[in-house]
Design a protein around this ligand. Structure first.
Ligand code: 6PG
Length: 251
């Protein structure tokens, strides 16, 4: 075990912010936090429900969770997996968030297939959203996920809550289809009320291209970027120095 230098969080109105040296450290600390949050949830209930993030940043965390150092620290038989969003492509497509999570993590841990609830990206978007809504309804009102993992784009989007899209004002639907003009593609996403109802939200973001969005997300006026819509009771940001630079210059 390598020696760890604990990082004290900066407490903000938008959650606790942990700044690490680099992306590798973010991944390690995120994997560690994942283990702790899942164990905490399992102390209270039979199953821990986790929504995974897509994109590229979480891949290193997922690989770590699948590695011998971490794998046995999670009681995978009692974990149920959901997704924060999905690109509307088949599950074996290179862009599929499910595929990324499966290859990096899900294939390598003892999780039954019936415990993995993917968004059917291969179906027409509205149908896939309606189908996912049915899965979420049984998690309570509002649906309660124990842990939601999220990333953030350089425009401040999270999951598939992109700037200027109608899904940002969604208050009733739990999952929604959204056409993302800049990607010229459909996505299906959990809505902000569902993300905010999670017991714990962990956002990981790294790299200088995220610095402006992070500064706005943490210190900008409310409503400046979509990720500000996510307001969970326990919300933490794990970021690297490059991503934190502009925000730190402001505080
Ligand atoms: C997706 C996402 C999205 C992602 C951010 C950050 O499907 O793309 O879930 O919200 O988390 O775009 O992506 P990166 O980690 O690749 O920067």
């Amino acid at each position: 075990m390598s020696e760890r230098r604990p990082v004290a969080p900066v407490r903000t109105e938008r959650g606790d912010v942990y700044v690490y040296d680099d992306a590798g450290e973010v991944a390690r600390e995120a994997a560690d936090a994942f283990v702790g949050i899942v164990a905490g949830a399992l102390a209270d209930r039979a199953v821990a429900r986790v929504a995974l993030a897509g994109g590229s940043t979480p891949k290193a965390m997922y690989r770590l969770l699948a590695s011998p150092a971490f794998r046995d620290r999670v009681d995978w038989a009692r974990v149920e997996i959901f997704f924060g969003d999905e690109r509307c492509v088949p599950p074996d497509h290179a862009d599929s968030n499910y595929r990324m999570a499966r290859e990096a993590l899900l294939d390598h841990v003892p999780l039954g297939a019936d415990r993995v609830h993917r968004i059917a990206g291969e179906r027409p978007p509205a149908e896939a959203a309606a189908q996912y809504q049915q899965k979420l309804v049984r998690l309570g009102d509002p649906p309660r996920l124990d842990l939601v993992l999220l990333g953030m784009g350089p425009d401040g989007h999270t999951a598939s809550l992109f700037p200027g899209t109608p899904v940002l004002t969604e208050t009733r639907a739990l999952a929604a289809a959204v056409y993302v003009e800049k990607m010229a593609s459909w996505r299906v996403t959990l809505t902000a009320p569902v993300l905010s109802a999670a017991a714990h939200v962990m956002i990981t973001t790294v790299g200088a291209e995220k610095a402006a969005a992070l500064a706005t997300a943490l210190a900008g006026a409310p409503g400046s970027v979509p990720i500000q819509l996510v307001r969970a009771v326990d919300q933490r940001w794990l970021v690297d120095r490059a991503a934190a630079e502009k925000w730190r210059a402001q505080i």
